[in-house]
Design a protein around this ligand. Structure first.
Ligand code: B16
Ligand code: MG
Length: 219
């Protein structure tokens, strides 16, 4: 029986990816790397330091910096990202998502957040959604990032539920892999080819229909 929903943040509840990409592009430019718009999809769901690593590899600069210097670069990107996030409002919630969250809550479903972002509390605050969530995984407490199942298993445990009692929502291939490795039902939001491991896929949040997802889940 369905008892809870677990959500990724970036790409599912709001499109913070555009701000991540802009902040990474600005930082990359400073160190001589020209990051194309298409790189944004590669960053989805990856942790901050994993994002920096693939950017440095892309620019053939992976051996140019010490760990301390890498941390300083990531901190600089994060400062710029936070400045952008502070301008977000509830108008930045993706289409239909606020309705879906409120509908789920009204049905008595528990809600958890499984975002790799350390800035998730700030973003939920900006979007005025923080009170809706019963649990939030703190990514700083995790040993492994997505696609490892740890984050989705932790979210389910924080809700006190079993894997067959939850539906989890993701926009990134690494996130869908994480959900499926946790043994949960995965709703993918995005390109069906890219998200092919998911149990139910919609092209965008505009197409989300909780009753329909629940019907497929129960089959
Ligand atoms: P931060 P999600 C992820 O969010 C983003 O998709 C990814 O691009 C970002 O690097 C990661 O959060 C870490 O974010 O630097 O704010 O800690 O999709 O897991 O909600
Ligand atoms: Mg995401």
């Amino acid at each position: 029986m369905l008892k809870g929903l677990i959500f990724d943040l970036d790409g599912v509840i709001t499109d913070s990816a555009v701000y991540h990409l802009k902040a990474w592009q600005d930082l990359a430019k400073e160190i001589g790397i020209d990051l194309p718009e298409s790189f944004g999809d590669k960053l989805r769901g990856l942790s901050r330091m994993d994002s920096l690593e693939i950017i440095l590899e892309y620019g053939h600069k992976e051996n140019d910096y010490t760990q301390e210097e890498k941390e300083a670069l990531a901190a600089k990107k994060n400062d710029a990202y936070i400045k952008a996030v502070q301008k977000m409002t509830k108008a930045d919630i993706l289409p239909k998502m606020a309705d879906l969250l409120h509908e789920a809550k009204a049905q008595g479903l528990k809600l958890a957040l499984a975002s790799a972002s350390k800035n998730a509390p700030l973003i939920l605050h900006q979007l005025e959604l923080e009170d809706l969530f019963d649990a939030r995984v703190d990514p700083a407490t995790l040993k492994h990032g997505k696609p490892d199942p740890e984050i989705y298993i932790r979210a389910q445990e924080l809700l006190g539920l079993e894997k067959n009692e939850v539906i989890s929502f993701e926009d990134a291939p690494a996130g869908v892999k994480s959900i499926k490795a946790a043994g949960q039902f995965a709703v993918g939001i995005g390109d069906p080819v890219v998200l092919k491991g998911a149990d139910y896929i919609v092209g965008s949040t505009s197409a989300l229909d909780l009753a329909e997802i629940e019907r497929v889940f129960k089959k």
